[in-house]
Structure formats: structure tokens, C-alpha cells
Design a protein around this ligand. Structure first.
Ligand SMILES: *[C@@H]1O[C@H](CO)[C@@H](O)[C@H](O)[C@H]1NC(C)=O
Ligand SMILES: *[C@@H]1O[C@H](CO)[C@@H](O)[C@H](O)[C@H]1NC(C)=O
Ligand SMILES: *[C@@H]1O[C@H](CO)[C@@H](O)[C@H](O)[C@H]1NC(C)=O
Length: 404
């Protein structure tokens, strides 16, 4: 081996070792219609593995599911009250000897259940969209709730930032990798999106790869102990013009949600956004029509337009007014930019609506960013730095979160 080749050889060995320590894991994300929920699927059990489907929820601390959906309960172990696992579960309780758990349910009544452990199986990845090999988490802790959700969903996957129980935390702790995960939510039911866990080095969704990296913008997460992913909001823009808002309206920041289908805004924020958007939309030839209901759904949108005479590109939604959210970045404000595919929704052949919801005068949170706005972005939550990172809309790069 010549000197130069040897150097190359050592460099590639070094690169390979680095890759191993940055192990990363991958699960599929499936969009469900008409509920607009996003769920994932993985195996639970040792002897006979069951594939459970769980809704992704960024506020649930401990995963729960209806254990009647498991084919075999033989490898399921009950967690005792006195174990450290039980003590680390927020909202834990006891039923004589065994650990009990009660928590809010994002989709209905609170759930109760015994805390249990079983083997969970997931896949490794090199950052691409295909699973590589199977790995297992020998003692995955979750709770067996007595109720389920409507099929195909067996329960809820806990992805909250708080404590040691969230699924991503259990995976990164067991495999000793960087405590972070990323979601790429697909916009359609005809394929799968991607849920990466661990030290993902590059997200290899073509045209992106290790040498042509997906650009990501970072903003701090605030108050992680609340069990929610909250970001600060400095301003909101429509086509570059800031909305004139009372600054106190933005003080509560924005919560990121994978169960709310359309971003919900406090009334004054909603009204300012809707009127700025309407002004721009009518300039490109759309005209306002009364409130309309979501196609095959139940959501009512207040701000809708007939686009018949407009000059915009109907397929791509590309020249509808751009909505941007200003956030604190490393040095000054950074902008999270939303184009038509994430800001409007088609409800009829020629009618589109602003895909934001008026949350009333005094909602629990002034802004909740929902999945219509998150889909086709890579959204990464890094608990080692308490930062969230987001890509540009992948549609701008002629790609998406959907793999057929
Ligand atoms: C990375 O992507 C770029 C652009 O798509 C491509 O030209 C390049 O060959 C790719 N590199 C690797 C190592 O795959
Ligand atoms: C999750 O745990 C945190 C920290 O213990 C707590 O503040 C929060 O209320 C819990 N969330 C839910 C939905 O139970
Ligand atoms: C995406 O495709 C459009 C139309 O085919 C093309 O005009 C545009 O340059 C492409 N963008 C990128 C980033 O490749």
C-alpha cells in the first residue's frame, strides 16, 4: 500500500468509527386520514413480536397502549412500586405491589394503566430513509392502558422533553447516543415519513447527503421542564411585513404539536394574520368567500378564497403570500418560512383556505404550531443543547418527507 493510499485508508477507518459512535435509529411515520394524526409502528415482545401503531405526541411522558393489541403477553414484566423505574415515571402511583400510571390523553379521557416492560424492536439507519438492521431495546417501559383509541391506533408514543420515560430518551439512554430526535412528517397517506433518533449526522434524503447537508436553523427551546416543546416568538411576517401585534401577545411563545392538525392562534394574532394575508391574496386576484369546512374533515376555516381569477400557480401553491415566524437565533432573529403548501389548504376545486385556526381570546397557549405547518420540514429536538432545529421546506428542494 502506497503512503497516500494508506493515509486515505486510515481516514476512512476513522470515518467508519465515527459513524458507529453516532449510531442512529429510524422508525416510519404514517399519516392517517381523515383524523390527520401521525403514527409510527414498531415491534414489541420477545417470543412473538406484535407490531403496534402509536400516535406521536410531543407532550406525552410515558408511552401507553392497549395491551390487548399485543399477540403475546408472555414476555411482559410488571414494574414494582419500589423500583427506580416506577419512581422515575411522572404521575406514578401504586396498586399494592405494582406501579400504576395515570396521565392526560391528547385524544380523549385520561388513561390509567399498569407500568410494564417488554422488548421493543427498531431499526438502525445511516441517515437515509431505509432501515438497515434491527436492534432491540431489551426493557422498554410503557403502560398498559385499559382503553385504546380507534383503530388502527393502539396507543400514544411519549416524546415529551421531560424526565427519563419518553421513548426517544429510553432509546438514546440504552444505546448511549446523543439525546436527540427528528421528525419528517409526510403530507400524504401514500408513503412514509421518517422519525430519526440519536446522533444523526446528516439527513440523507436526496438531494441531501453527508457532503451536501440539509441546512438547518436553530432556536432555543424554553422551559423544557414543563414537559412541552416551547419556542420564543419575536414577530410574525406576511410577505416580509411584520404584523402589528401587542408584544405581550407573543410572550407565551409557541408550542410545537404533532396532534394539533392546524396551527391555533390567539384571536388577536389570528385576526392580524388573516387580514394581512387577505390583503395580499386579493392583490393577486383571489376573492374572499365565507368560512368553509375541511374536505372530508370537521375543521372549519374562517378565511377562505376563491382563486378562480387569480394569477398564481395552483399546483404548487408557490406564490401565495409567505408567512414567516421570527425566532431568536444565535445572533439575532431567524425566520421560519412557510409557503403555500403549509399555509393554505384546498377545500374545494377552486377554493383554498388559510390553514390556521382562531383559538379564542384566552387560549391555554397563544400559539400552537400544528402538523399542517410542520409537514415536509425536518424538525429536530436536541435535548443535549436544548435547541430545536428546522430545515427549509423540503418542497423548495424538490423533495419531501414522503418516501413511497
Ligand atoms: C451528494 O449529493 C450531491 C447533490 O445531490 C451529489 O452531487 C453528490 O454526488 C452526493 N454525494 C454523495 C457522497 O453521495
Ligand atoms: C410530564 O412530566 C412533566 C415533568 O414531570 C410534568 O410537568 C408534565 O405535566 C407531565 N405531562 C403530562 C402530560 O403528564
Ligand atoms: C425544482 O424544480 C423546478 C421545476 O422543475 C426547477 O425550476 C427548480 O430549479 C428546482 N429546484 C431545485 C432546488 O432543484
Amino acid at each position: 500500500m502506497g503512503g497516500f493510499t494508506r493515509v486515505i485508508f486510515f481516514i476512512s477507518m476513522f470515518a467508519a468509527t465515527t459513524l458507529i459512535s453516532e449510531a442512529q435509529y429510524l422508525l416510519p411515520i404514517i399519516k392517517h386520514k381523515p383524523s390527520n394524526q401521525y403514527y409510527t409502528v414498531f415491534g414489541i415482545g420477545s417470543a412473538s413480536k406484535s407490531h403496534v401503531t402509536l400516535v406521536l405526541d410531543l407532550e406525552t411522558n410515558l408511552t401507553w397502549l392497549n395491551c390487548r393489541n399485543l399477540k403475546s403477553l408472555s414476555s411482559l414484566r410488571l414494574v414494582t412500586c419500589r423500583s427506580s423505574t416506577c419512581k422515575s415515571v411522572p404521575g406514578n402511583g401504586c396498586d399494592g405491589k405494582f406501579c400504576l400510571y395515570r396521565q392526560p390523553n391528547p385524544l380523549g379521557k385520561p388513561v390509567n394503566g399498569r407500568v410494564v416492560q417488554d422488548k421493543a424492536t427498531l431499526s438502525t439507519t445511516d441517515g437515509g430513509t431505509r432501515p438497515l438492521s434491527e436492534v432491540s431495546l431489551p426493557r422498554f417501559t410503557f403502560s398498559c392502558a385499559t382503553q385504546g383509541l380507534s383503530l388502527p391506533v393502539a396507543g400514544v408514543l411519549g416524546l415529551s422533553p421531560a424526565g427519563n420515560s419518553p421513548f426517544w430518551r429510553q432509546v438514546t439512554a440504552a444505546f448511549n447516543v446523543i439525546p436527540k430526535f427528528a421528525l419528517c412528517l409526510p403530507s400524504s397517506v401514500f408513503g412514509i415519513g421518517h422519525f430519526y433518533i440519536g446522533g444523526v449526522n446528516s439527513y440523507n434524503i436526496p438531494p441531501f447527503n453527508g457532503s451536501n447537508r440539509m441546512p438547518m436553523t436553530m432556536t432555543p427551546l424554553k422551559n423544557i421542564d414543563s414537559g412541552k416543546y416551547l419556542i420564543s416568538v419575536t414577530s410574525i411576517y406576511v410577505d416580509g411585513v411584520p404584523l402589528r401585534l401587542n408584544p405581550s401577545l407573543l410572550e407565551g411563545g409557541a408550542k410545537i404539536s404533532t396532534v394539533v392538525p392546524y396551527t391555533v392562534l390567539q384571536t388577536d394574532i389570528y385576526k392580524a394574520l388573516a387580514s394581512a394575508f387577505t390583503l395580499k391574496a386579493t392583490k393577486i386576484g383571489m376573492y374572499e368567500v365565507p368560512a368553509m369546512q375541511e374536505y372530508l374533515g370537521t375543521t372549519i376555516f374562517d378565511t377562505c378564497f376563491d382563486e378562480a381569477g387569480s394569477t398564481w400557480n395552483k399546483e404548487e401553491f408557490m406564490n401565495v403570500p409567505v408567512i414567516e415566524i421570527g425566532l431568536p437565533g444565535r445572533s439575532g432573529e431567524v425566520k421560519w418560512r412557510f409557503h403555500g403548501a403549509n399555509t393554505v389548504v384546498r377545500v374545494m376545486e377552486t377554493v383554498i383556505c388559510l390553514a390556521f385556526i382562531d383559538g379564542g381570546e384566552k387560549p391555554h397557549e397563544p400559539m400552537v404550531i400544528g402538523t399542517h405547518q410542520l409537514q415536509d420540514y425536518m424538525i429536530q429536538f436536541d435535548s443535549s443543547t436544548s435547541r430545536m432545529a428546522f430545515s427549509q421546506s423540503l418542497l423548495l428542494h424538490n423533495t419531501s418527507c414522503l418516501t413511497m
